[in-house]
Design a protein. Structure first.
Length: 550
């Protein structure tokens, strides 16, 4: 439902731009056929543009609210106790506000649909009550009552006396049928069912109805009817209201505007060039709706850390720790993005849900099931290997999985996913080794995956909003040659930075390391921010050691 509402918001935004474009550039012109097709074609384009997929390196600022709406309905995955490799999905309920929004929207759509259906039932009731006459390929339903003329499809309903007098009203209704205006009204009614809440879409409906009347009036005058005689007839008939909003009626539009348009000099054909301005407008809409492409380079791991998977992490500040981390975590600290590799991207959103990207995020979202994650990853690995083998047997490259996490994703979710990835690599190697050369399998499918820094997927800086704010549940201890030399509990980033500077000045040893304990619900973004401070401390320590040696 949320995905549908996001589509409605996007298409409604496009319809608002269409209305503005039409009012500014075309509403006052007398190229009525052009105006009609701009409105109809524009509405169809507005309904399709939200499906156009474009990926950018950074997410446009306009996309952020829509992304938040998209994630509103997604269930949050709960992380189990420390050390448990199975993550279960907890059902969540709509907030009362979200439920109210959905109910109001559906109620409005139901009311518009109901009025539309009732109107059509009444319309066809009028058409079917009497026999019709065939004339000029149209069916004329004639009433002895003073019924106001209207038309739909091939049917024209009007007063018998007026028909027998061959009034210009007959020509007017005939023009509506010839041009097929009823089908435009049908499309407009369908759009209004879903966009009933947008007042400018109702304005679009009135603009389209006006164009229909202008075009029918022009058709009447082209048949040789005197303009002044026809205008006087309009004035005489301009009493009362039209019968059905979905039908084309003789007095459907503003009388003053219709007479003004009949008296106006016809615009030159060059006015059609104004449509070209719609091209950059459509391109701008596609840009606004563009999705972020998680490309990212490998984070600088010169001062990265060896992590354990039970919610506690060792953050070493020595070169030895960096080397050890490669074995304990299987992260490719030395992987260079310029090296040739087959990259499979696995993304984790703020609800701890994994999906393959970036093409999956740009289209329909198919999340990786926690229960079958190992099997799904194994299939991705084997498919990539087989595809390479068939296409470039002699130039095969490693299959590398890149993990990209939202900054609000939980560290435990990432830790559990890493374990499943290692298992998937092992299963894929065993399966492929039975059919393909072992050396190629080992070359391409050794456990290779690396972790990109967490992102917010918007123009929001990655960082704790307030560096002076205490991080509850985060504790860190510092060691020199395995001897504890200090600790911080519930510290802020400013306090951590000051402590590292103090220790670096007091202790010149290169063997300075830190042990960080994080809460079970720690987010990747906060942990990343702490890592950044530790990296700064690593650089500071290197500089101090270098200065002392000099």
């Amino acid at each position: 439902m949320v995905t549908f509402l996001v589509y409605i918001l996007k298409s409604s935004f496009c319809l608002v731009l269409l209305y503005g474009f039409y009012r500014l550039l075309l509403a006052s012109t007398t190229r009525f056929s052009l105006n009609r097709w701009v409105l109809i074609g524009g509405m169809l384009a507005c309904l399709l543009l939200p499906f156009v997929s474009l990926e950018l390196e950074r997410e446009p600022i306009f996309q952020a609210p829509l992304r938040l709406v998209e994630e509103w309905e997604q269930p949050v995955l709960g992380i189990t106790e420390v050390g448990v490799a199975k993550i279960s999905q907890e059902k969540t309920e709509y907030s009362w506000f979200g439920t109210l929004v959905v109910l109001v929207y559906l109620s409005g759509a139901a009311v518009v649909l109901f009025r539309w259906v009732v109107g059509y039932i009444s319309l066809f009731h009028w058409i079917s009550r009497h026999e019709y006459k065939e004339f000029n390929g149209l069916r004329w339903v004639l009433y002895d009552l003073p019924v106001r003329p209207f038309s739909w499809g091939r049917y024209i309903v009007m007063n018998r006396l007026e028909y027998e007098k061959h009034s210009p009203v007959c020509l007017h209704e005939e023009m509506h049928c010839r041009y097929g205006h009823c089908y435009d009204n049908l499309l407009m009614q369908m759009v209004l069912i879903f966009h009933w809440w947008n007042p400018l879409v109702w304005k679009l409906k009135h603009e389209l109805s006006d164009v229909h009347e202008y075009q029918a009036d022009e058709g009447v005058l082209n048949q040789g009817i005197d303009a002044k005689t026809y205008q006087l007839l309009l004035v005489r008939k301009a009493v009362g209201s039209r019968l059905y909003s979905m039908a084309c009626g003789f007095t459907h539009s503003s009388l003053k505007k219709r007479i003004s348009m009949m008296s106006k000099k016809r615009n030159s054909k060059w006015v059609r060039l104004r449509i070209l301005l719609a091209v950059p407008l459509a391109a701008g809409v596609v840009y606004i709706f563009a999705r972020p492409e998680v490309k990212g380079t490998v984070a600088d791991y010169s001062a990265t850390f060896k992590e354990k998977t039970q919610g506690r992490a060792n953050f070493g500040l020595t070169k030895a720790d960096v080397e050890q981390r490669r074995d304990t975590d299987n992260l490719m600290a030395n992987y260079i993005s310029s090296e040739k590799a087959c990259i499979l991207e696995l993304c984790c959103n703020q609800h701890n849900q994994f999906l393959w990207g970036p093409e999956n995020r740009a289209k329909e979202k198919v999340f990786v099931d926690w229960e079958t994650m190992t099997d799904e990853v194994k299939k991705k690995l084997t498919d990539s290997f087989i595809k390479q083998y068939l296409e470039q047997k002699q130039k095969m490259v490693p299959v590398v999985i890149r993990i990209v996490a939202d900054r609000n994703a939980k560290t435990e979710a990432i830790a559990v996913a890493k374990q499943k990835l290692v298992e998937a690599y092992e299963m894929a190697r065993q399966e492929l080794a039975e059919t393909y050369p072992r050396e190629l399998v080992d070359k391409c499918l050794m456990p290779h995956f690396y972790y990109a820094s967490p992102k917010a997927f918007a123009d929001v800086p990655v960082g704790v909003a307030d560096r002076s704010l205490s991080l509850s549940g985060y504790d860190i201890r510092f060691f020199i040659d395995n001897l504890e030399v200090g600790e911080l509990n519930d510290f802020s980033l400013d306090e951590l930075s000051s402590k590292i500077k103090q220790l670096c000045v007091e202790h010149k040893s290169e063997h300075l390391s830190a042990l960080l304990e994080v809460p079970s619900d720690a987010s990747e973004g906060v942990v990343y921010d702490i890592k950044q401070v530790l990296r700064e401390g690593y650089v500071l320590r290197l500089n101090l050691v270098q200065d002392s040696q000099d």
